[in-house]
Design a protein around this ligand. Structure first.
Ligand code: LIP
Length: 330
């Protein structure tokens, strides 16, 4: 593929995917080496507070990835978590732009909890079009290209199309396995709002929790990218987070959408798209949704005689947003 391509066609994206998968696997080796080393040192730095962690490996992996991308695709732009943290703020343009979290799940990485990954998304004309998420601890590789499906490759096995099994109907939140995250903002306003939301998601309405949905259970994998991938594969019904960033979700958005998942922004975005007479597509990931730091991802749901899968996803999204509170991320 020409590095100066003005238009990216599906066939070009396949070649970008081949490159990106190779890069993810090289980065994965570095992440594993780092994990061994970090267990025996206390070399962990803090960003905005003592739970917002960064290690020399986050920085090294991002540097490696950035320089390999610059060699292979010199005209592509780059947005990376660690570059952003150290002050490089690239605007979103129509140009092909890699959006990268070198280690998503840094806290897991530091603690040796084997759910950390590299997340490499490609944005083109301001929408995510390609995603690669690689968890080197489990050797799980998730890939997706807009219009070409998404896949999970475990070890050296053949890629499996996502979702892994035919999706089942989702009658209500009560039947759901949900993923949420505490995030790194531990201030009173954010945390009380989040814990009130979690209380209503889990709580028994017949035993004192007003508005409780008593969902089957709640999980936190500690990595936005892996939460989204697990929704795409069908292992979680839904994932919600306020406060993460485009590099946490960009690759996952493509993987989830290609698996029939719905990616929805904030309470306000859903309300605007579903209000009477609205012409907004509630399933479209606009730049505002991509950068909005509020994400709700719902797995594929099949059509039934009573409602389409899309209607079911909207029903679940509406009920979810009636249950949880909106809060502004720091
Ligand atoms: C993390 C996310 C996680 C979220 C954290 C943080 P990092 O990314 O994936 O789900 O709760 O706030 O954003 O910092 O490990 O790359």
């Amino acid at each position: 593929m020409s590095a100066d391509l003005q238009t990216l066609k599906p066939v070009d994206l396949r070649s970008v995917l081949t490159f990106t998968v190779k890069l993810a696997r090289i980065a994965g080796t570095l992440i594993l080496e780092g994990s061994q080393a970090i267990q025996s040192t206390s070399d962990v730095n803090e960003k905005k507070n003592s739970v917002d962690l960064v290690t020399e490996y986050d920085v090294a992996v991002e540097e490696l990835v950035k320089s390999e991308i610059a060699k292979a695709y010199p005209s592509f732009k780059f947005i990376g978590e660690e570059s952003y943290s150290s002050g490089t703020r690239n605007e979103l343009t129509d140009d092909p732009t890699f959006c990268v979290d070198p280690i998503d799940g840094t806290t897991n990485f530091v603690h040796g909890f084997p759910f950390a990954c590299i997340s490499l998304g490609l944005i083109y004309q301001k929408r995510p079009v390609l995603g690669v998420i690689y968890n080197p601890f489990l050797d799980h590789l998730y890939t997706g290209i807009e219009g070409q499906g998404s896949f999970l490759t475990r070890g050296n096995n053949q890629p499996l199309k996502l979702p892994l099994t035919n999706p089942k109907p989702l009658p209500s939140l009560q039947k759901a396995l949900l993923a949420i995250e505490w995030g790194s903002d531990r201030g009173e306003k954010n945390l009380i709002s989040k814990s009130d939301s979690f209380l209503r998601l889990a709580g028994d309405p017949a035993d004192g929790i007003a508005g409780g949905r008593m969902a089957h259970s709640i999980r936190s994998l500690g990595s936005a990218a892996l939460n989204i991938s697990t929704v795409a594969q069908g292992g979680l019904d839904l994932y919600w987070e306020i406060g993460c960033w485009p590099w946490d979700v960009c690759a996952g958005i493509v993987i989830a959408q290609e698996a029939g998942g719905a990616v929805i922004g904030s309470h306000a975005a859903l309300a605007a798209a579903t209000s009477a007479g609205s012409s907004i597509d509630p399933f479209k990931v606009t730049p505002d949704v991509l950068t909005g730091r509020k994400y709700l991802i719902i797995r594929a749901i099949p059509d039934t005689p009573n409602e389409t899968g899309r209607e079911a996803q909207l029903r679940i999204a509406r009920d979810f947003y009636q249950t949880v509170e909106d809060v502004e991320p720091k």
